[in-house]
Design a protein around this ligand. Structure first.
Ligand SMILES: [Zn+2]
Length: 264
């Protein structure tokens, strides 16, 4: 249902009016249709400016609430045009360029909008991995962990999430890396929630550290393999780890996977 404009002409066709922009936002926010945020009822009145009023309890929700358009006094169409402009400039965007493109009276407004849009584009958790994702942790340098829940000898653990490419299960789509303090369950939960969309199918090694996953809405499929066996529980995640390990001076070819850990 949600689609992106293919080109400028398509963009103009898709967003001819404020109502079209509001409708698009509501589809993006509530792809299965709006249900009352208070009582869950799916029957509502639509009012102006993207307001949804529940027919059962009267609760009023705005499709703009919590978005970067929440308190704007400018037309949504102008915002959409700004977004279109920003994502389509190959060589970066300046506030002056944005001001000219939109015909904004104020340079300051253009500057503020540009910063708002930039912040929105890098907002953590906004674009998490999804689909089939492999998850693992490793120490830079490939040192073995002493055990779950311990960060060994002042070394930071690297949390790795690697998404399978859509058209090739042996290829990596996108990755997310983060430094974590330790491999305790709640630390891993925080890392994975930031990196991976709930509902995704998550492969881990057979170690028990990820048993919490289903409680967070993930479909958890641990892969078990024999100690030291050449088959690898999370090959995509390890392929991400290896370049980092290679930089550590270890012979990457001598590394094997044992209980989901890279060992030399
Ligand atoms: Zn309600």
């Amino acid at each position: 249902m949600k689609r992106y404009p293919a080109d400028m002409a398509d963009f103009m066709d898709m967003f001819p009016s404020e109502d079209a922009c509001l409708e698009y936002l509501s589809i993006v926010r509530w792809p299965d249709g709006y249900t009352c945020l208070r009582c869950g009822n799916g029957d509502y009145w639509k009012k102006a400016r993207g307001l949804f009023t529940c027919r059962a309890c009267g609760y009023e929700a705005s499709v703009l609430a919590g978005t970067l358009f929440q308190d704007t006094h400018k037309p949504l169409r102008l915002w959409f045009q700004a977004m279109w402009y920003v994502v389509n400039q190959k060589n970066g965007v300046s506030a002056l360029g944005l001001q000219k493109a939109l015909g904004l009276g104020s340079y300051h407004t253009a500057w503020e909008w540009l910063h708002k849009l930039r912040r929105a584009m890098v907002r953590p958790g906004r674009d998490r991995l999804s689909g089939m994702v492999e998850v693992d942790e490793t120490f830079p340098g490939g040192r073995r962990r002493s055990g779950r829940g311990h960060g060994a000898e002042g070394k930071s653990l690297i949390f790795i999430a690697a998404q399978e490419a859509k058209d090739n299960e042996n290829a990596i789509g996108r990755i997310r890396l983060s430094v974590i303090e330790n491999s305790a369950g709640e630390t891993l939960a925080k890392a994975i929630l930031a990196a991976v969309e709930p509902g995704s199918l998550v492969h881990t090694d057979g170690a028990s550290g990820y048993s919490f996953l289903s409680g967070y809405g993930y479909v958890h499929v641990p892969r078990f393999h024999k100690d030291g066996a050449p088959d690898d529980a999370t090959p995509l995640a390890h392929r991400v780890a290896w370049p980092a390990l290679a930089g550590s001076g270890l012979d990457v070819r001598s590394l094997r996977c044992r209980n989901g850990l890279l060992v030399s």
